[in-house]
Write a protein that binds this ligand. Structure first.
Ligand code: 4EH
Length: 231
């Protein structure tokens, strides 16, 4: 039977999912808690990584290599770049890039290192399942490039630069790490984010106000996807 990893970065991003699991078993490993359980008969392992690319890389690797997950779904919040993304809106990544990766001094484009790629695409089957779920629920699901970096962006100029340089619609701090790990290990993956702020001067205030509600919107959607995924 397949085992689905569900990952977030912050406790608030996974709490609504952990709350719905049956046969819950907690395992502490490599300084994270992993929640093994089932949702409507589907085996899942849920974890939050802590914030940023390094922690996200560690957790995604463990979910696959230590816990044996064969697919990974990320649920969480993001800052909007695109003007048509408002607080609470859902966006799925069609690709992920690292906006803070810079060896342009050697003539490479932003986000690129040799033997890597600027933008890593997400699994098309999982994206299609998400669209099916959205249609069934009458929800609007935006799709676009999500840019990842080890910065909480609260600055309009930085946000515009990321948008223009990577054609990105939203930004966060973990998605591209998951993409690198899953791409290398050939594990189908999916990144969903609900908007918590607009990465501008109001970002930290909006974030504090909307983290919980937006995280819940994303988490509920992910649970519906698990429900829909063929066992
Ligand atoms: O995991 C980090 C969280 C912010 S840092 C990335 N998450 C939320 C997505 C996100 C984001 N990332 C970069 C939402 N808005 C973002 C933005 N820029 N504007 C954090 C949050 N609270 C306490 C401590 N750190």
């Amino acid at each position: 039977m397949s085992k689905i990893a569900i990952m977030g970065a912050m406790p608030e991003e996974v709490a609504p999912i952990v709350a719905k699991l049956d046969d819950l078993k907690e395992t502490v490993y490599a300084a994270n808690t992993y929640y093994e359980g089932s949702y409507k008969g589907q085996e899942v392992v849920v974890a939050y990584s802590k914030i940023g690319k390094v922690f996200a890389t560690l957790t995604a690797t463990m979910l696959i290599e230590k816990f044996g997950c064969d697919r990974l779904l990320f649920s969480g919040v993001a800052g909007a770049i695109s003007d048509d993304l408002k607080i609470g809106d859902l966006i799925i990544a069609d690709g992920l890039c690292q906006h803070d990766l810079d060896i342009t001094a050697f003539g490479h484009p932003f986000g690129y290192v040799p033997e890597g790629e600027v933008c890593i695409p997400t699994d098309i089957t999982l994206r299609n399942i998400a669209k099916e779920v959205a249609e069934g629920k009458g929800l609007i699901l935006k799709e676009g490039i999500i840019a990842t970096g080890d910065q909480f962006v609260a600055n309009s100029e930085r946000k515009e630069w990321i948008g223009e340089t990577f054609k990105a619609s939203a930004l966060e701090m973990e998605g591209a790490s998951v993409a690198v790990v899953c791409n290398a290990l050939d594990i189908p993956f999916f990144i969903l984010r609900a908007i918590s702020d607009s990465a501008d001067m109001d970002a930290s205030f909006n974030f504090d106000e909307f983290l919980e509600s937006s995280a819940k919107i994303s988490a509920d959607f992910i649970l519906s996807m698990v429900d829909t995924i063929e066992r």
